[in-house]
Design a protein around this ligand. Structure first.
Ligand SMILES: NC(=O)c1ccc[n+]([C@@H]2O[C@H](COP(=O)([O-])OP(=O)(O)OC[C@H]3O[C@@H](n4cnc5c(N)ncnc54)[C@H](O)[C@@H]3O)[C@@H](O)[C@H]2O)c1
Ligand SMILES: [Fe+2]
Length: 444
C-alpha cells in the first residue's frame, strides 16, 4: 500500500518538477566547443594546444589506443611545439571509479593545467571527472548529479576515437561504480570541452561491432532528444540531421571501416546528436541501458541498440507525430500516410538498420531474476531525470526487459545446441556481440 502511495506521488509530482527543470534547461547557456573536423585535425589540435602556453598537459587515453599507437602523432606534435605532457593510459570501459581516482592522483602529482581526452566516451568521461574532482579536491562520488562542484576543471580538449557518445560536446560524464554495479552521471556545463577534433583517420580501425554499437548510441541520443519534452527548435534540427546522417553512413562505416567520408560523417552525426541531447536530454532507453551496463558491463551503445525499438514501440502513440516526422525526414512512406503508420515504419527502419549491422535482438547476459531490481532502478533514473513522452512504471519496464531475455527452448539439450549454433554463426560473422551478448573490445 505504502509503495503504491509512493508510486502515485512520484507519478503526480515528478512531471511538475520536470516541467520546471525543462524551463531552466531550455534556457541555460551551454558552451559549444570549437570543432576541428577532418583527417589530420587531431594533430592540428595538438599544434594549437602547444601554442596556448599551458605548463603541462595531462593526456588521458586507454590501453588499447596506447597499444595501437593512435595517440603517438598527437603527442609528437605536442612535443614538436615544446608542450610538456603527462600520459595516463589506464582508462577501461565505463570509466570505473578506482581508475578515475588513480587519474586524479596522477593529474595532481604531475601539476598539469590542461587535460586532453583522447579516446571513446569512457576516456572522455574519465578525463572530465578527473578535471572536475581535482579542481575541487573532492571524491568523484560526491559530484554525482547536477552542478555539484564549486570550481570548474582545467581546460579540457577532446579527441573522440569512437563516433557515438557525443561526450566531446556534452555537459555529462558517466562513470561506473563497480562495487555497486551502477553507472553514475555527473552533469555540469563547465565540463564541456573547449575544442574538439573530429579526426576520421583515428576511427578507421575501429572494429565493426564497436562501430555498430557506438553508432546506435548516437542514433539513440538523436531520437530520444527528438521525442523529449525539453526539445527546442535547434535540438530538433540537430537531431534530425544526425538521424539522416546515421542512416546513410553507419552501414557504410560498418562495412568499409576505412571509408573516411563515412567515418567523418558519423563523427559529425555523433557530435550533432550530442549537442541535441545535452539540451533536450535522453529518455527511457538510456534509463534501461545504464542498468544493463552497470550490472552486466554490456557496452553502452549495444545496450541502447537492443532496447531502442522496444521503448519506441512502448511510446508509439504518444510520440507518433515526432516519429512520423523522422520517417518523413528519411523519405519513408507517402505524404498522405497516417502519422501512426509512419511512426511504425520508422521503428521498423530502426530495427532493420540494427539487424543489418549485426546488433542482436536479445541480451545473453540478462537474467530473469534480475529484472525487478533493474526495472526499479531504471524507473527511478527515468522518473528523476528524463522528460519522456510516456512514463514507464516498473511493470512496463519489466515487460520490456523480459522481451530481451535470451531465448530458452523447452528442451534443455536442444537449447544448448541452438545457443551453440547461434554463437558459432555470430562468431563466423565476426559479431561477438551476438555470441556473448556483449560487444567485442577492440582486441577482438
Ligand atoms: N558523456 C556523455 O555525454 C555520454 C553519452 C553517452 C555515453 N557515455 C558513456 O561513454 C561510455 C562508452 O563510450 P564508447 O561507446 O565511446 O566506448 P569506449 O570508450 O568504452 O570504447 C569501447 C572500446 O573501443 C576501443 N576503442 C575506442 N576507440 C578506438 C579506435 N579508434 N580504434 C580501436 N579501438 C578503439 C576502446 O579501447 C574500448 O575497448 C559509457 O560509459 C557511456 O555510459 C557518455
Ligand atoms: Fe548514450
Amino acid at each position: 500500500m505504502a509503495q503504491r502511495i509512493g508510486e502515485t506521488a512520484r507519478a503526480l509530482a515528478l512531471p511538475l518538477a520536470k516541467k520546471a527543470a525543462g524551463l531552466v534547461t531550455r534556457a541555460i547557456p551551454i558552451p559549444r566547443p570549437t570543432l576541428l573536423v577532418g583527417p589530420g585535425s587531431s594533430v592540428r589540435l595538438a599544434e594549437a594546444i602547444a601554442g596556448f602556453g599551458h605548463r603541462r598537459v595531462f593526456v588521458v587515453a586507454d590501453p588499447v589506443l596506447a597499444r595501437l599507437g593512435l595517440v603517438d602523432p598527437f603527442l609528437a606534435s605536442l612535443e614538436a611545439g615544446g608542450c610538456r605532457h603527462e600520459r595516463f593510459d589506464e582508462v577501461t570501459p565505463d570509466a570505473p571509479i578506482p581508475i578515475v581516482e588513480r587519474g586524479i592522483e596522477a593529474f595532481r602529482a604531475a601539476r598539469c593545467d590542461a587535460i586532453v581526452a583522447f579516446g571513446g566516451g569512457s576516456v572522455m568521461d574519465a578525463a572530465k571527472v578527473i578535471g572536475l574532482a581535482a579542481a575541487n579536491r573532492r571524491d568523484p562520488r560526491t559530484l554525482v548529479g547536477y552542478f555539484r562542484a564549486f570550481a570548474g576543471p582545467a581546460p579540457i580538449y577532446a579527441v573522440p576515437t569512437t563516433a557515438g557518445t557525443g561526450s566531446e560536446v556534452t555537459v555529462a560524464a558517466v562513470i561506473s561504480d563497480p562495487e555497486a554495479g551502477r553507472k553514475l552521471v555527473i552533469a555540469d556545463t563547465r565540463i564541456v570541452p573547449q575544442i574538439a577534433a573530429l579526426d576520421p583517420e583515428l576511427m578507421a580501425g575501429l572494429p565493426r561491432a564497436v562501430t555498430a554499437a557506438t553508432g546506435m548510441d548516437a542514433l539513440t541520443h538523436a531520437i530520444e532528444a527528438y521525442i523529449s519534452g525539453w526539445r527546442t527548435d535547434e535540438s530538433d534540427r540537430l537531431a534530425e540531421t544526425a538521424v539522416r546522417a546515421i542512416f546513410q553512413n553507419l552501414p557504410i562505416a560498418c562495412r568499409s571501416g576505412r571509408d573516411l567520408v563515412a567515418r567523418e560523417r558519423m563523427a559529425l552525426a555523433a557530435t550533432w546528436a550530442g549537442m541535441a541531447f545535452t539540451r533536450a536530454n535522453v529518455g527511457n532507453v538510456h534509463a534501461i541501458a545504464h542498468q544493463l551496463g552497470g550490472r552486466y558491463h554490456t557496452p553502452h551503445g549495444l545496450a541502447n541498440a537492443i532496447v531502442l525499438p522496444h521503448v519506441l514501440r512502448f511510446c508509439v502513440a504518444e510520440a507518433a507525430p515526432r516519429l512520423a516526422a523522422l520517417a518523413r525526414a528519411l523519405g519513408l512512406g507517402k505524404a498522405r500516410d497516417a502519422e501512426s503508420a509512419l511512426a511504425r515504419r520508422f521503428i521498423a527502419e530502426v530495427e532493420a538498420l540494427a539487424r543489418g549491422i549485426g546488433i542482436p535482438e536479445r541480451l545473453d547476459a540478462l537474467r530473469a531474476s534480475d529484472i525487478p531490481a533493474l526495472a526499479e532502478a531504471a524507473c527511478w533514473e527515468a522518473d528523476t531525470n528524463y522528460p519522456v513522452p510516456r512514463r514507464m512504471d516498473e511493470a512496463d519496464c519489466a515487460t520490456i526487459l523480459r522481451k530481451l531475455l535470451p531465448e530458452v527452448s523447452a528442451k534443455p539439450p536442444s537449447s544448448g545446441r541452438r545457443r551453440a549454433a547461434r554463437t558459432s554463426a555470430a562468431a563466423r560473422k565476426g559479431n561477438a556481440s551476438t555470441a556473448r551478448g556483449r560487444s567485442p573490445r577492440a582486441t577482438d
